[in-house]
Ligand binder design. Structure first.
Ligand code: SF4
Ligand code: SF4
Length: 266
């Protein structure tokens, strides 16, 4: 992760104003040849909307790889990287607009978050900025004026940011406190995929009741991933449990059973 100040110019405050209005003249030009990284919440929400399983969604619409340094699994929209996004309609509009990914949602406002201060009680720090304007984008020539807060509210970004921050703080914890780049392998990282990106598969495997709503299940999965990673790290002498005499997980407990224990713990 980069320092929060890295590459940021013109930091915005919530009351700052800017002009923006999408126009048919360039509709959808922004949805081609770009890398749209997806959070777990993006993946599950779009998959539900288009009624497709998590594994099929990843297979048909995404690329994913394990970061060369961290081995963390990163997922992004495949077709958008090499041409028109798979969800771009002929008229340039987005076929999944109401559930579009976080990174599509707030353009032209970008957001950077820093978590390292959270342990000192300061919580995540965010910085908002205008994304560098591509030549083809005519939105800034529109006459409609917004404050930054109005734009984010109109984009229904708050919930996406909140749930994304949970995920990003997990990555920050794993790479910082757990030093995961020294012990996480593709194989162990692969174990995280159902926890992070395949909630439908995990629900079935664990027999999770439909009464547990999607957001609550998401929060429990992120917490379970954190616990599981902490226990894994301990066995490599890393993280807050390294050297602890008592580790909650019996090392012979299968991973799925351990996930069940954590997810259903009160
Ligand atoms: S998901 Fe929608 S908004 Fe995002 S790149 Fe694809 S078509 Fe565009
Ligand atoms: S104004 Fe910019 S963001 Fe809006 S449709 Fe055109 S290219 Fe895309």
């Amino acid at each position: 992760m980069q320092p929060l100040e890295h590459g940021l110019r013109n930091e915005l405050k919530p009351d700052d104003r800017f002009n923006f209005e999408c126009t048919d003249k360039c509709m959808g030009k922004c949805c081609r040849f770009l890398t749209i990284l997806l959070d777990p919440w993006d993946v599950e929400v779009i998959a539900r909307e288009i009624d497709i399983s998590g594994p099929d969604f990843l297979e048909i619409f995404c690329n994913y790889e394990f970061g060369s340094a961290s081995q963390w699994p990163f997922v992004w929209l495949r077709q958008a990287e090499v041409g028109p996004c798979a969800f771009l309609l002929e008229d340039g509009r987005c076929s999944v607009y109401s559930v579009r990914p976080r990174n599509c949602r707030t353009y032209p406002i970008g957001r950077a978050v820093q978590f390292r201060e959270a342990g000192r009680g300061l919580g995540p720090q965010e910085k908002l900025f205008i994304v560098e304007r591509p030549e083809f984008c005519l939105g800034h020539e529109g006459t409609r004026t917004w404050t930054v807060s109005e734009w984010l509210r109109d984009s229904a970004a708050d919930k996406y940011h909140e749930l994304s921050d949970l995920y990003l703080s997990l990555i920050d914890y794993a790479s910082g406190a757990l030093n995961c780049r020294t012990w996480l392998t593709k194989k162990t990282s692969g174990l995280l995929m159902p926890l992070l990106f395949l909630p439908d598969v995990l629900r079935t495997k664990l027999g999770v009741s439909k009464n547990l709503d999607h957001e609550s299940f998401y929060r429990r999965r992120i917490e379970a991933t954190k616990v599981l990673l902490t226990e894994m790290a301990a066995s490599f002498g890393q993280g807050p449990m390294a050297g602890a005499k008592t580790v909650p997980a019996d090392e012979n407990t299968p991973v799925l059973e351990r996930i069940r224990q954590i997810i259903f713990a009160d």
